[in-house]
Design a protein around this ligand. Structure first.
Ligand code: C2E
Ligand code: CA
Ligand code: CA
Ligand code: CA
Length: 279
């Protein structure tokens, strides 16, 4: 097999072996990407649904791969998680996002909230609390402006560890959001036990909100749950005016989606912020 070309070689491998090989190739490329600074961030505005004013942004990572072009996170984050490379990548994301949010805050003289996705693997790292503290200290960003998004599955596994890590992160003064809320099949009891501030209503519930019948039931239940537990709700993947209207009726005040803006390069986000930023 050694004498064959790379493309030819994989043709003769069983599917599983092929997947493993591809994974190794991507892993090697990701290591190179970290050294060569091939990542960039895009920012999707988070807006007040009533006015459309931008109150902050979610940072979303992109890999500008030398030979693959722009790779969406859905394709490389799972491999980065398996290999542990998400730890250095996530640290870079956090530091870059805090620095950029601080620059926008200073230039406008008004605080911009920045939301960063945290993977389960990062939360397991003993260094995560120090990484966050350091990113805030080095950038000068106020902790109150940083939101970290975690998923339900991160709370279900390793409960003791998650609990102490999240409490330590909260103690820094940041906020915690649950991403894709309602898709994780987890028990609701953890919501009261963990220091959560924000529930993000998954796009799946927003998609059916204007479809009549049972459509809005789950989104409505999540907003009510948020109100009961004194948490904010942020709706994701809003694409239509009708969805925006329904969410407002349900009492959901914040959201993001293509209706307002897709994820934008830093420069484009900054210009939109100047035009539509909350005062
Ligand atoms: P997510 O955190 O749920 O992010 C929302 C995804 O929905 C983003 O995809 C965004 O571009 C997309 N989106 C936003 N508005 C709309 C809309 O109106 N319609 C539709 N159809 N899609 C919309 P993206 O950027 O490809 O990210 C995919 C996932 O990758 C994210 O899902 C998140 O789980 C993960 N991810 C992205 N950046 C990071 C990161 O820095 N660290 C970690 N650990 N995960 C990340
Ligand atoms: Ca997210
Ligand atoms: Ca989400
Ligand atoms: Ca998602």
């Amino acid at each position: 097999a050694k004498t064959r070309g790379k493309g030819q070689h994989v043709l003769f491998e069983p599917e599983m072996h092929k997947a493993a090989l591809d994974r190794l190739v991507v892993e090697a490329d990701l290591r190179r990407a970290i050294e060569h600074d091939e990542f960039m961030l895009q920012y999707q505005p988070i807006v007040a649904l009533e006015t459309g004013d931008i109150i902050g942004a979610e940072a979303l990572v992109r890999w500008m791969c030398r030979d693959r072009g722009t790779v969406p996170p859905g394709l490389f984050i799972p491999i980065a998680e398996e290999t542990g490379l998400i730890v250095p990548i996530g640290r870079w994301v956090l530091r870059r996002a805090c620095r950029e949010a601080k620059r926008w805050t200073d230039e406008r003289g008004l605080p911009v909230r920045i939301t960063v996705n945290l993977s389960g693997r990062q939360l397991q790292e003993p260094g995560i609390v120090e990484d966050v503290r350091q990113a805030l200290a080095d950038s000068g960003l106020a902790a109150a402006q940083l939101v970290l998004e975690i998923t339900e599955s991160m709370l279900m596994h390793n409960t003791e560890l998650s609990m102490s890590r999240l409490n330590a992160l909260k103690a820094l003064g940041i906020s915690l959001a649950i991403d894709d809320f309602g898709t994780g099949y987890s028990s609701l009891s953890y919501l009261q036990r963990y220091p959560i501030d924000i529930l993000k209503i998954d796009k799946a519930f927003v998609d059916v909100i204007d479809k009549g019948g049972e459509g809005p039931v789950l989104a409505s239940a999540i907003v009510a749950l948020g109100e009961t537990l004194r948490m904010n709700t942020v709706a994701e993947g809003i694409e239509t005016e009708a969805q925006r209207g329904h969410l407002l009726t349900l009492g959901c005040e914040l959201g993001q989606g293509y209706l307002f803006a897709p994820p934008l390069d830093a420069e484009d986000f900054w210009h939109l912020l100047l035009a539509r930023g909350a005062r």
